[in-house]
Design a binder for this molecule. Sequence first.
Ligand code: ZN
Length: 287
Amino acid sequence: MSLAAGIDVGGTKCLGVVIDEHGTVVREVRKPTPTADRLVETLASIVRELGDHASIGLGVPGLISRDGIIRSSPNMITAIEFPVREQLSQALRKPVWCDNDATCAALAEWQRGAGVGSRDMWMVTLGTGIGGGLVSGGALQHGAHGHAGEVGHMVVQANGDECPCGQRGCWERYASGAGLSQLAGGIAGEEVIARVRGGDVASGEVLDEYSEWVALGLANIANMSDPDTIVIGGGVMQNADILLPRIQERFATMLYAPNHRVHPVLKAAQLGERAGAIGAALLHLHD
Ligand SMILES: [Zn+2]
């Protein structure tokens, strides 16, 4: 049996998994994300605790170049121009594959989740920010420098809200999980949705407005690259039953020439919080 290890380096925790040839998680290790100076040591200890496996992949937030250098990572401020691939490979004396965490999640959903069978797929993750990854013509896309899919920072509002990235009006300011809370005046997204389920009209209006922001970005994505499928993940999509129809309704009218084309199918992600780690484990097959 061929086993592959993958680690998703998150803002607060590192999640390591070992998957079998069917993509099933057979082992799992979690550790808090350390500061950059202890990152390699922590990752190496996760790899050792994961036990026997044939390959190691790493999913990292922010900009990571194709040669495995973390250029900039908002959740790890100290990890700038940090050659994580080379250092981890040296520590373990093994090759290591690296990519952006959202690209890893897209790979996992495409190969083992909601995107199975798609040839042109986007995945967006509505979390603290918005991550994105894409498959085009049946191949995972990295871009010329490894930075493809950063749709969270697509500007949807000129002179809009300030984004930690330094720009204004980025899509993730409005359509991330955190964006829902902001639209609701600081009420947690889960609470907004609970109130909608309870029949609260004002919360329903907030969720309608949020759905419109999500749909706006998805329509831009679809107009740009004509995917057959868009997979939507992140914590808010645990409420896909209430959220997805709202997004779908607005998306269908925002798309360019909606009555004269096949619409991409919008689907809820299936792999949950393990998508990034599973995708990292699959990277060695899709370099
Ligand atoms: Zn931004």
